[in-house]
Design a protein around this ligand. Structure first.
Ligand code: 5GP
Length: 210
């Protein structure tokens, strides 16, 4: 059986990543990797669904046992992708999605070069800040931290394979579908989302300026 495809998706928090992914993969067979984290569950999150919530000690043990495909520290907590489940799904020919931040994303790309890296951009830094505030799950200090982290991540989006803009949900979903269906086709519209593209580079620069 042919191997499943691996999609690495990164987006600063508040970019609408969850909504886009749920819509894009609604009618497709896909495995969403469930990460381990040392941060506590937010309201409404469930163990084994959103994350596996583990202690720092358990996290260190998994590192020692080589249990992570990648791991990184983000916003004062550790996050890691359990290796076994992902490799098994790919072997079984099942497409797999990792929703991870940039440091982890580059670690995976180095190990699995055929993985497709996709970055979702907010329309601007100020709009991202507005969305975070509207969500109301974080205090002001956390919002400020998330905004500065987002800037750092957006700067690294130049190194992704594809970048899409989420200023409007429906076109963002359509763009994402175009990429996952046609990234290997040199004539497809998907080529227009490549970061090698001058227009895409300009779009990233503009997001950082506003
Ligand atoms: P949050 O705490 O908001 O759920 O996630 C914070 C950041 O960690 C997000 O950018 C999210 O994509 C990323 N993240 C979640 N799971 C993993 C993981 O397993 N590895 C890495 N490197 N980042 C992760």
């Amino acid at each position: 059986m042919s191997k499943g495809r691996l999609f690495i998706v990164s987006a600063p928090s508040g970019c609408g990543k969850g909504t886009i992914l749920a819509e894009v993969f609604k009618d497709r067979k896909v495995y969403y990797s469930v990460s381990c984290t040392t941060r506590g569950p937010r309201e409404g999150e469930k163990e084994g669904v959103n994350y596996h919530y583990i202690t720092e000690k358990q996290f260190s043990q998994m590192i020692e046992e080589n249990g992570f495909l990648e791991y990184a520290q983000f916003s004062g907590n550790y996050y890691g992708t359990p290796k076994k489940a992902v490799m098994e799904k790919l072997e079984q020919g099942i497409d797999t999605v990792l929703e991870i931040e940039t440091n982890g994303a580059f670690q995976v790309k180095e190990k699995i070069p055929e993985a497709v890296m996709i970055f979702i951009l907010p329309p601007s830094i100020s709009e991202l800040e507005r969305r975070l505030r509207k969500r109301g799950t974080e205090d002001e200090a956390t919002i400020a931290k998330r905004v500065s982290e987002a800037e750092g991540e957006i700067k690294r989006s130049f190194e992704y394979d594809y970048v899409i803009m989420n200023d409007d949900l429906d076109p963002a979903i359509a763009d994402f579908k175009e990429i996952i269906d046609n990234y290997a086709d040199p004539d497809a519209r998907a080529q227009g989302f490549k970061t090698k593209n001058e227009q895409v580079k300009k779009m990233i620069e503009e997001v950082l300026e506003k």
